[in-house]
Write a protein that binds this ligand. Structure first.
Ligand code: SF4
Length: 428
């Protein structure tokens, strides 16, 4: 039996795409291997949102091409790849295909069986965590943030029909799914053509809020989350839908900067005050909601004062988690035409300053969980402990309960609160 190995870079959308790529291989009787050295075919599912990511892939292909030369391993590239990247990479790969055209992968693997993989969405993804599943509901992005290559690599927004999304979720429930994460580059601008597929009793008007309502009423689903959402598309109705019973107590909402001029140069289409107003409304609707964000430091032209505006916003919002990155120009984007004038050392200083603030707040917030019980979906079982995520997306470790298995949902009383992990014991 031939063997395949998939290397995934980037966001949850890419993880979800890799599940669909894995399904193509399994359909053609390939088996997955953990080590690239053991594979006959290696797929890189690339993220090229930042230049550093594409540089890493470029470095990786150097080693993988040694396997290609010595053992005849086939190398395949897919994911978020700009046409320019593809041209540069051509010599290093046997196949480069657009993720939406999974049929090209099947043709390359030279199997003749009938396969539905021509349609990306029609391919049933394969996952080793059946209890927690990703469901893409749209692809592409119309926002054109000036630093981001996604609109160029994924194209314009394209929403999946409501009936297909619900059918996929129902099938996943049959195979054990308890938690669903709805995915899209701009998930909350979901705008399907078949709005008549929403139930007549659906109380919402905004399509994404309507979809959340539909998924909330499906039997078998216990937890619902979504990513990635854009602040400009957070409507009052969506905030209302966050109160639906199966929604996680977590929302990820990228702010990117706390300075209006930087936000304008990023083409984010909101101000810092707009963003904070949304957070206030969310916290009024769901006071216990944990909020995560993304921030870029050292964007072209970002002055010290402008960076401090981000620090001040951070202190006011007190995020539960933030993914911080130092700006690096991505070829082909509008920002790449701006002068990258914040020196690397200064970017590193700003990143550190914000990271220290984030860690301080994370620890303070985690301390508040001491003595509280949180609901945890177990996704990892080790000899000495089990782990999973709480509804607030806190990582929780449980010691000394050998009855627990992956997929179990348990209540855990928190006894220890560290920076990146909470620990405790199960309670009834
Ligand atoms: S919203 Fe902006 S950052 Fe997100 S995918 Fe679209 S263009 Fe990129």
């Amino acid at each position: 039996m031939k063997k395949y190995h998939i290397i995934t870079f980037g966001c949850q959308m890419n993880v979800s795409d890799s599940e669909r790529v894995a399904a193509v291989f399994e359909h053609l009787n390939y088996s997955a291997v953990k080590d690239a050295d053991d594979a006959d075919v290696i797929v890189i599912n690339a993220c090229s949102v930042r230049q550093t990511a594409i540089d890493r892939i470029w470095g990786l292909t150097r080693d993988l091409n040694k396997l290609r030369a010595s053992k005849g391993v086939k190398l395949i590239l897919t994911g978020c790849v700009l046409p320019e990247d593809g041209t540069k990479m051509t010599a290093r790969f046997d196949l480069i295909f657009e993720i939406k055209k999974l049929g090209e992968l099947e043709k390359f693997l030279q199997q003749k069986q009938e396969f539905t993989g021509e349609d990306y969405f029609a391919t049933t993804p394969l996952s080793d965590a059946p209890f927690s599943r990703f469901v893409p509901i749209m692809t592409g992005c119309d926002n054109y943030c000036s630093y981001c290559a996604v609109p160029f690599v994924r194209g314009r927004e394209q929403s999946r029909p409501v009936k297909d999304v619900l059918a996929e979720i129902k099938a996943l429930v049959q195979s054990g799914a308890k938690e669903i994460c709805l995915l899209g580059q701009n998930v909350n601008s979901y705008n399907p053509a078949d709005k008549e597929s929403f139930a007549a009793a659906n109380p919402f008007h905004h399509a994404f809020a309507k979809l959340l309502w539909e998924v909330n009423r499906l039997d078998g689903i216990e937890r619902i989350n979504f990513a990635a959402s854009h602040p400009k598309d957070v409507s009052d109705e969506l905030i209302e839908a966050l109160k639906l019973p199966k929604q996680l107590n977590y929302l990820h909402l990228a702010v990117q900067s706390g300075d209006d001029e930087v936000l304008a140069r990023m083409n984010r289409k909101y101000t810092a005050a707009d963003y904070e107003k949304i957070i206030q409304k969310i916290r009024t609707a769901r006071p216990e909601m944990a909020i995560g964000t993304d921030i870029i430091v050292g964007f072209p032209g970002e002055t010290r004062t402008q960076f401090e505006n981000t620090l001040r916003l951070y202190e006011r919002v007190r995020f539960d988690i933030a993914y911080l990155s130092m700006y690096s120009p991505r070829a082909g984007t509008a920002a790449a035409k701006l002068v990258d004038d914040v020196p690397h050392e200064e970017k590193k200083r700003r990143w550190r300053e914000l990271q220290d603030l984030m860690e301080k707040i994370v620890l303070e917030k985690n301390q508040k969980y001491l003595g509280r019980a949180v609901e945890v979906l177990i996704d990892k079982v080790e000899k000495a402990f089990v782990e999973g995520n709480s509804r607030e997306m806190k990582r929780v470790r449980v010691y000394g309960d050998s009855r627990l298995n992956t997929g179990d949902v348990v209540s855990v009383e928190i006894e220890e609160a560290m920076m990146w992990i909470l620990a405790g014991k199960t309670v009834d």
